[in-house]
Design a protein around this ligand. Structure first.
Ligand code: SAH
Length: 217
């Protein structure tokens, strides 16, 4: 895999575009500028697609999220170095890499075996060290909880209780909620063992968060 001056130039343009669209978190923009998105897509010869602000097919009927969406969700997470982050929907591993560049320790779950395997090989090759799991994200990862932050990268019909419960007090879950064509971006902040504060942040489009395919391991 190579990251040419052309790729880097296209990435700078993408970052400028995201910034124009309202992404202002400097750390997030720096992470997007750093991670070669074309590594996470099937055809490395398509830099135009890799650095256009759009979602793209990655196989198994799934998509790599639109850069704006990755940047928006990453901004809502307000990652601090060393944060333990639970990610649901590893997919291509692109969002995982962005979180790692932000200094997070990432625990990511994927329910499609092929995508899980591909992301594992790729992220390892790129020297990233996330903990990747093949399983059902609805359950979270009780063994590794609690988390500072949690992120769902697929559209959920409702907010799964385990994901809220597995947050530390003060922790935040970012999750697109809704079935059908569009989802509302929601943040859930854990205020105490029993209290949560929920906020909405506009409409986005995601592939669905699906239930009951794999056992967590
Ligand atoms: N973050 C990814 C986006 C992938 S799209 C990226 O940057 O490429 C959402 C992903 O969620 C898909 O890979 C899909 O297979 C996965 N997914 C859907 N339902 C899931 C579930 N219940 N548990 C874990 N992953 C799930």
């Amino acid at each position: 895999m190579i990251d040419t001056f052309r790729h880097k130039g296209l990435r700078r343009k993408l970052v400028a575009e995201l910034s124009e669209k309202g992404i202002s978190d400097k750390n997030v923009l720096a992470a997007i500028e750093k991670v070669p998105r074309h590594y996470y897509m099937d055809n490395v010869f398509l830099p135009r697609f890799a650095y256009a602000d759009q979602a793209f097919q990655i196989g198994a009927g799934q998509t790599i999220s639109q850069p704006y969406t990755v940047a928006f969700q990453s901004s809502l997470l307000e990652i601090k170095k060393g944060d333990k982050v639970l990610e649901i929907g590893t997919g291509s591993g692109y969002q995982t890499a962005v979180l790692l560049e932000l200094g997070a320790k990432v625990f990511s779950i994927e329910r499609q075996k092929l995508l899980y395997e591909n992301a594992k090989v790729l992220l390892n090759e790129l020297n990233y060290k996330p903990k990747l799991f093949y399983g059902d994200g609805y359950l979270g990862l009780p063994t590794f909880a609690p988390f500072d932050k949690a992120l769902v990268t697929a559209g959920a019909p409702y907010i799964p209780v385990p994901l809220k419960e597995q947050l530390k007090i003060g922790g935040v879950l970012v999750i697109p909620v809704g079935e059908g064509d569009s989802q509302t971006m929601v943040t859930v902040k854990k205020l105490s063992e029993k209290e949560y504060e929920q906020k909405e942040h506009g409409e986005f489009r995601f592939v669905p968060l699906l239930e009951d395919r794999a056992q967590n391991r």
